[in-house]
Design a protein around this ligand. Structure first.
Ligand code: MRU
Length: 344
């Protein structure tokens, strides 16, 4: 299963809003369809949003017949940049595509279009490889017979590769190291119940679904040895933006002395931001909270808030599993060290 695929100048996107009931692909012939799919979360999860945007930009360029390709692609990139604000992978991919345009000003439009598509393919392959590395580093630090809790969906659907947190969990199962997975339903859009559940069922991994508000209960019953979640943006000091609810899980894990790990590629790090407070948090339509399965669940006149993410301060994090190894506290020092080592 490929959650997105480029074939004959068409981007195929597996519609994640229809899972697990239906495996339906959207055929994107125009870049606007890709933006729409990102906004409506038909494709979602930080790494894959970046890959989808890169292909969407290449698609826009390939379909363009006007006389100023560079200017047009820059306009398209600014439309992608406002599709979802929190996951930094989107901006990482846009920057990579912008570099192609900016450093090849002497090329013909045809040559530029080829290069843009090649860059999108490169981003896709790199993201795939990064998940392999994360999984390898992650499995090493897991104790035997571990019982893990995860939140949201961080598997193949979210990453195009093996997955980050869920990739580590799946590999731990394959290696005989995992005893059980608890996964949250992840209100309001149920990425856990619908998508993580779907991925776990495919691999027949022993698992139990819990509602988001059961986390404290199962920690208090000593049913979990370790938490692993993904990330949408990680700052220099190691603060992590991830799906709403992650912060509460981290605080509870801290109270119960349960190690709390984050798994993410380096494309999820934002080296321009020091503090988590400065990460832009996406606020989605309140109707996603006020309805369930398309049906209104509140009385008329009730309003809601719908932040899609929250920020877990570095202090609550036991380690960050990246494609270049595991970063341990003090997170800020070690993130800076890694950044310098790999010359980012
Ligand atoms: O709103 P979503 O479904 O795009 O949020 C996804 C998450 O928060 C994931 O945990 C994160 O993107 C990491 S995916 C490897």
């Amino acid at each position: 299963m490929n959650p997105i695929e480029w074939k004959n100048n068409v981007l195929y996107i597996l519609d994640q809003t229809k899972l697990p009931w239906k495996e339906d692909y959207i055929l994107c012939f125009k870049y606007q369809q890709v933006i729409d799919a990102i906004k409506k979360m038909k494709v979602r999860g930080a790494p894959i949003i970046g890959v989808a945007a890169a292909y969407g930009i290449a698609l826009a360029a390939i379909k363009y017949t006007g006389s100023n390709l560079a200017e047009y692609v820059h306009e398209v990139m600014s439309e992608f940049a406002i599709s979802r604000p929190t996951a930094v992978n989107l901006f990482f991919a846009i920057k990579r595509m912008a570099n192609v345009i900016n450093s090849n000003k002497n090329l013909s439009p045809t040559e530029l279009k080829i290069l843009l598509l090649e860059e999108a393919r490169k981003i896709e392959n790199e993201e795939r490889e990064k998940t392999q590395a994360i999984v390898t580093y992650g499995v090493e630090i897991l104790p035997h017979n571990v019982r893990v809790l995860t939140h949201c969906n961080t598997g193949s659907l979210a990453t195009i590769g093996l997955g980050t947190a869920l990739g580590v969990i799946k590999e731990a199962w394959n290696k005989g190291k995992l005893s059980h997975v608890y996964f949250t339903e992840t209100r309001p859009l149920l990425q856990g119940a619908r998508l993580t559940g779907w991925e776990l069922a495919q691999e027949r991994i022993p698992s139990t679904l819990i509602t988001d508000n059961m986390v404290g209960y199962i920690f208090s019953k000593k049913l979990v040895d370790m938490v692993i979640v993904g990330a949408d943006r990680i700052t220099i000091r190691g603060d992590v933006a991830n799906k709403i609810g992650t912060y509460s899980i981290a605080v509870l894990a801290y109270h119960h002395k349960i190690p709390f790990y984050v798994a993410a590629p380096l494309s999820s790090f934002d080296f321009n931001i020091e503090n988590g407070e400065d990460i832009p948090i996406e606020e989605r339509d309140q109707d996603e909270v006020l309805t369930f399965s398309g049906k209104k669940i509140t009385a008329e006149g009730i309003s809601a808030i719908n932040p899609a993410f929250d920020v877990t301060p570095a202090e609550f994090i036991s380690g960050i599993i990246t494609d270049k190894g595991v970063i341990y506290p003090p997170l800020k020092d070690n993130i800076i060290k890694l950044k310098e080592e790999i010359k980012l």
